[in-house]
Design a protein around this ligand. Structure first.
Ligand code: IMP
Length: 178
């Protein structure tokens, strides 16, 4: 495996697993007696959704969307396009968007607008990581795993040019100036 970009570990494997368990518990309590329709955003949320969903104690379905933002590899332009849409309707479903990281917020902002137009019964966001310093739009975020500083991070699904997703922890990139 490529190792040259791996910097300081920001969230250890055990802490990830522990926090994902807490989020699953919180979601299970909040949706008690109901069902949740998880919309996982590929590819970054792949491990998060797998770990989160396995710990939910309520009936749950999952579907996947893949979106891309035009722009540089480590930035976000705000122009989002759908590469893969949901397979099924979310009308009258209680929908929870499951994201790896919210950075500028432009991607989730776009997803919220796009999914809201399909008339779900409810629509909320669960993100593993939140880079609040970089936020450009105000967003309602119901579940947040970890607040992280303004650093580019890799691992547990998050990539640098499609590499490093397999790391079991979240690490900073090596030699980041800020
Ligand atoms: P936003 O639209 O700026 O909120 O960016 C969201 C998307 O950018 C995420 O779903 C990630 O795919 C990507 N992204 C943002 N920050 C990072 C990071 O630190 N590491 C890896 N991907 C990131």
């Amino acid at each position: 495996m490529k190792r040259d970009a791996i910097g300081k570990i920001l969230v250890q494997q055990d802490d990830l697993q522990h926090r994902v368990g807490e989020l699953a518990q919180e979601i299970s309590n909040d949706y008690k007696g109901e069902e949740v329709f998880l919309v996982a955003i590929l590819k970054g949320a792949m491990f998060f959704i797998a770990d989160l969903m396995r710990q939910l104690q309520i009936p749950a379905q999952v579907d996947f969307m893949s979106v891309a933002s035009y722009g540089a590899a480590t930035g976000s332009s705000g122009v989002v396009r759908i590469l893969k849409d949901l397979d099924s309707s979310i009308e009258d479903r209680r929908v929870l968007i499951v994201e790896d990281i919210v950075d500028s917020g432009l991607t989730v902002n776009y997803l919220l607008r796009s999914l809201q137009a399909r008339n779900p019964a409810s629509l909320d966001v669960c993100t593993l990581l939140n880079k609040i310093e970089r936020r450009q739009v105000e967003l309602p975020m119901r579940y947040v795993g970890f607040e992280i500083p303004n650093k580019f991070v890799i691992g547990y699904g998050l990539d640098l040019d499609q590499y490093y997703r397999q790391l079991p922890y979240i690490a900073e990139l090596k030699d980041q100036e800020k």
